[in-house]
Design a binder for this molecule. Structure first.
Ligand code: ARG
Length: 268
């Protein structure tokens, strides 16, 4: 995809967490969220739906040219909030801070291309799935890694706390897994020759590869997954509302049109 430029990834790399206002959502940073949280209405009273994400993950979430968080997840949250008569406020934070932020009531929902896993289900509840995810392997062109079978003994880059991190640590041992704060940093280390490959979600991988020459995605995937919205454990009132809204958005074609807006059919 051409839409996500190198400049945009550089912004992500710099951890650009600028505050700005998108059309459908107000954006905030992790730093000023505490102040906002005092005034934000609870999610279930028709007020503000506080969404947490990690905006280094195009096309699901990225920081746009105006500094606001944009992407599939931001649009889905806005569409859900619209159905519920609420407005969305987005806080951009580290990926592995999202579940703690749900648990501490700092955010109401996490939309971050987050995969449903049994381990996470012990700490949070998940909505119905709204998308499929695939863990893929990015390598330099000409790499001797040709399939997941060749990963043994290699140095693998991952984003901290993601399923790619968990799977690779389990399969190949912690000593072979190098954690990075976000995907663009892992990919930069790959470009610099510090690691042998990156295991990360497919659509962001396509964007990272498009923004860097000399990289490719292996044909054989590493794992298939389901993305869903994470909500504080036991908040069944919000979970039911979110699932109700998701169902309507699926049936009326909104979800598909949001995906089509960011993922071109010809780029698949
Ligand atoms: N799907 C993977 C997971 O749930 C990676 C998600 C990373 N998301 C992000 N916004 N950085 O672990």
């Amino acid at each position: 995809m051409k839409k996500f430029t190198a400049a945009m990834l550089t912004m992500a790399l710099a951890g650009a967490m600028l505050t700005g206002c998108g059309s459908a959502a107000s954006n905030t940073t992790a730093d000023d969220s505490a102040a906002k949280d005092n005034t934000a209405a609870a999610a279930t009273d028709g007020g503000t739906l506080r969404m947490g994400t990690n905006a280094t993950f195009p096309p699901y979430e990225f920081v746009g040219d105006d500094g606001s968080v944009q992407g599939i997840d931001a649009d889905i949250a806005a569409a859900i909030a619209d159905k519920l008569g609420m407005k969305v406020e987005i806080t951009d934070m580290e990926f592995d801070s999202l579940i703690p932020a749900l648990q501490s009531d700092t955010i109401d929902v996490a939309l971050a291309g987050m995969t449903v896993t049994p381990e996470r289900q012990e700490s949070v509840d998940f909505s119905d799935s709204y998308a499929k995810g695939v863990q893929v392997i990015i390598v330099p062109e000409g790499s001797d890694i040709q399939s997941p079978d060749d990963l043994e003994g290699k140095n693998i880059g991952v984003q901290t706390g993601t399923t790619g991190d968990t799977y690779c640590t389990g399969d190949y041992g912690q000593e072979h897994v190098k954690q990075f704060n976000n995907g663009p940093l892992a990919v930069a280390a790959l470009v610099n020759g510090q690691i042998d490959c990156v295991v990360i979600d497919q659509e962001p991988a396509k964007n990272y590869v498009a923004a860097n020459s000399g990289l490719k995605i292996l044909d054989t995937a590493y794992a298939d997954e389901d993305y869903a919205i994470a909500i504080k454990k036991g908040n069944t009132e919000l979970l039911d509302k979110v699932n109700g809204a998701l169902k309507e958005l699926g049936e009326d074609g909104t979800l598909q049109s949001i995906v089509d807006k960011y993922i071109n059919a010809d780029a698949q």
